[in-house]
Design a protein around this ligand. Sequence first.
Ligand SMILES: NC(=O)c1ccc[n+]([C@@H]2O[C@H](COP(=O)([O-])OP(=O)(O)OC[C@H]3O[C@@H](n4cnc5c(N)ncnc54)[C@H](OP(=O)(O)O)[C@@H]3O)[C@@H](O)[C@H]2O)c1
Length: 386
Amino acid sequence: MMYAYYYSFYSTIFAVKIKLKTVYSLIPMCLTYFLLSAILSGKLRYQSIRRSSMTTEARPPVRWGILSTANIATKVARAIHLAENSDLVAVASRTEERAATWGKEHNVPVTYGTYDSLLADESLDAIYIPLPPSLHAEWTIKAAEHGKHVLCEKPLAANADEAIAMADACRQNGVQLMDGVMWVHHERTAAMKQKITDATLGQLRRVTAAFTFNWDTIPVGNIRAMKEFAGGSLGDLGYYCICAILWAFDDMPAQVFATARYKVGVDFNLAGILWFSDERIATLDCGFDTGLRKWFEVAGTRASIVCDDFTVPTSEDSARFWVHGMDGNERNTIDGCIQEVAMIERFSQIVQSGNLEAHWSEVAVNTMRVCDALLESHQRGEIIKL
Ligand SMILES: NC(=O)c1ccc[n+]([C@@H]2O[C@H](COP(=O)([O-])OP(=O)(O)OC[C@H]3O[C@@H](n4cnc5c(N)ncnc54)[C@H](OP(=O)(O)O)[C@@H]3O)[C@@H](O)[C@H]2O)c1
């Protein structure tokens, strides 16, 4: 809805601009018409609301660089182009040729043949890191030491110790750290949180979350199936489920248990239980061996929320969730939010404002701590206390 209003508002301005250029004599009439129609339709009011909630709008756009030509970088490059407070300036690859080809395809003006040379570019403010998880710590820490803000893909790191070192490095260098989990930035997430925190669900009891997809054949060279890149279903998929559980309960579990099956050296699937205070329990399952599922349920004593596509809404135009209660199911929809654009705009707002938000790295580090505890539980065959 926000984007629809926003773009339609600027289309109106654009149309008026053309008219001004061609029909000078109509300037006063056009302006009067524009002002009256804008006031009447409430768009000026919308703009002023948007301005007051985005106090950094007048500042120059944040200048982004991307470290590697990863598959996911295509989606995020589009998001940076669409984001109103961000410019995509540079991309680096391990070869200059790949960087140049990718840069041309994705409209990125500056290309580098090494990651180090991109980090040395003093014109860049923020770096997006979509490298394999085993490389996240090394390059996040280097980026922080170059004074760059870091949006690093999930899982934040190969383990919690690395994640803590990344958060420390960013804090010490005065830069923001955030993981690349996109769904938390969708307006739908705020709408669901509202239902969780108001009286709708009653007292919270359960969160159940699943994220799976199926590989009939394990693809050779895929980073998810490679131990040396810190692959595995928990980091790749279960990370989102843990993120949803911590988000819904706004708490850390007291203890966890998990069972996993390993193939080609990585956890190919995993099922886990997380115990929280106040009679709250969460379960999750993730794996590369079951058809696509990306849902969660948050259940309370009175009602529950069901979101069947929480990681990525099935449609960019409209995202849905349901409240299941005694009187039936209420369908809720949120229109016109592109979650990866919302993520980039949020990150750039933080950079522009200079007010760093520790919350983002804390959540990511906590998610890694739960990942570690679940894997330890599987390995030891016992409940692990956190
Ligand atoms: N947030 C999301 O929705 C989302 C979705 C998908 C993936 N991800 C995450 O994003 C990250 C990347 O995933 P992806 O599937 O996009 O990965 P990918 O396509 O395999 O790309 C990884 C990139 O890392 C670079 N790289 C550096 N050293 C490498 C090495 N030794 N071997 C292979 N590649 C190397 C390569 O770029 P150059 O050749 O250009 O240097 C490669 O293109 C992962 O952490 C993943 O979990 C997030």
